[in-house]
Design a protein around this ligand. Structure first.
Ligand SMILES: Nc1ncnc2c1ncn2[C@@H]1O[C@H](COP(=O)(O)OP(=O)(O)OP(=O)(O)O)[C@@H](O)[C@H]1O
Ligand SMILES: [Mg+2]
Length: 313
């Protein structure tokens, strides 16, 4: 196992038994993944894929049927390591009669803080999450976005090295989401590791270093957003004004696209260069050659559809 990983999961299996053991749900199947320390990892997957289950297993809120996992280089069965971990649960609820400040104080005390250092930490986090002016307001008056920001502050109260966030921007408006993203990037820059579950792919694309795609308990793909969204050997080209479009006929894989652009599909880099040679031989002036990418959402949807189709076969 590698010491530069904050999370290492090896062949984890989790089966829930419901209806007195009559029905089995294979929540996670042979799941292996790693999250490098100091990075932001995004676990993506449709409803019921097993995302929350994985976080709960890593936090020992529930237990695996087989397999092993380490967080911060310690086996998950080592309870002491949880001191260095922060957690924002999905759909979290705090007592509505507490104020934001009281809530954070409560969680701070649970993690061993007290006195002036606790007061300082609470104020610091309220400031970071833009909640200072709501410190003395009862939680029942908080909006969804404020609740989520308070939840994030709670997850950070013990100054954790590894933070699990289950849908951190759920129900938050675009400006609030941007603020949360900025805080997460700031945290990463202080060498903390962030593991987040999310449905908001455009957002995940903006901040994560690596993502994993989970479907029905199985990890379909893992990699950087760049790796996962690259369209192999597809390019968009534009040329200086072409007076006679005939000049482009007979070039394999080249098709007119929108505006002044052409789309080019080739098998490899050699073929791309052969096309460039033919264009140049025809005195075409090439302005742009842009490698094409899928959005994370396009990639995600086609991957899940493909996996579900395979399963039906
Ligand atoms: N305590 C439980 N008992 C029985 N089945 C459960 C339990 N918790 C989760 N499941 C089932 O395990 C599967 C994975 O659920 P999980 O909550 O981990 O999914 P998720 O990816 O977090 O979904 P969502 O995006 O909706 O939050 C689902 O089929 C769910 O119904
Ligand atoms: Mg969930």
């Amino acid at each position: 196992m590698n010491s530069t990983n904050a999370v290492e999961v090896v062949n984890l299996n989790k089966i829930y038994s419901t209806s007195f053991g009559k029905k089995k749900v294979f929540a996670l199947t042979d799941l292996s993944l790693t999250v490098p320390a100091g990075s932001i990892f995004g676990l993506l997957g449709p409803n019921g894929a097993g995302k929350t289950t994985l976080i709960k297993l890593l936090l020992s809120i529930t237990f695996p049927d087989s397999g092993s996992a380490k967080i911060l280089n310690e086996d998950i069965s080592n309870i002491k390591i949880k001191k260095k971990v922060g957690y924002l649960p999905e759909n979290h609820k705090y007592p509505p009669y507490l104020t934001g400040g009281e809530t954070l104080k409560f969680f701070g005390k649970l993690s061993g803080l007290d006195g002036s250092s606790l007061d300082k930490k609470v104020d610091e986090l309220l400031e970071l999450m833009n909640l200072t002016r709501w410190k003395k307001s009862k939680i029942k008056t908080y909006s969804k976005g404020m609740m989520q920001r308070l939840g994030l502050a709670q997850a950070m109260i013990n100054d954790p090295d590894l933070i699990f966030l289950d849908e951190p921007t759920d129900g938050v408006d675009p400006i609030g989401r941007k603020e949360i993203r900025d805080v997460l990037v700031q945290l990463k820059n202080t060498d903390k590791t962030i593991f987040l579950n999310s449905h908001i792919l455009s957002e995940v694309e903006l901040i994560t270093d690596n993502v994993g795609i989970l479907n029905k308990g199985k990890l379909l793909r893992e990699g950087t957003v760049k790796e996962l969204t690259e369209k192999k050997e597809e390019y968009r080209l534009s040329f200086d004004e072409i007076l006679n479009p005939e000049i482009l006929t007979g070039i394999n894989g080249l098709k007119k696209d929108k505006d002044e652009y052409y789309n080019l599909k080739v098998n490899d880099l050699h073929e791309l260069n052969t096309v460039i040679d033919s264009l140049r031989n025809r005195s075409v002036l090439i302005k742009e050659i842009i490698p094409q990418k899928n959005t994370l959402e396009e990639m995600f949807i086609s991957l899940i559809q493909e996996a579900n189709k395979e399963e039906k076969k």
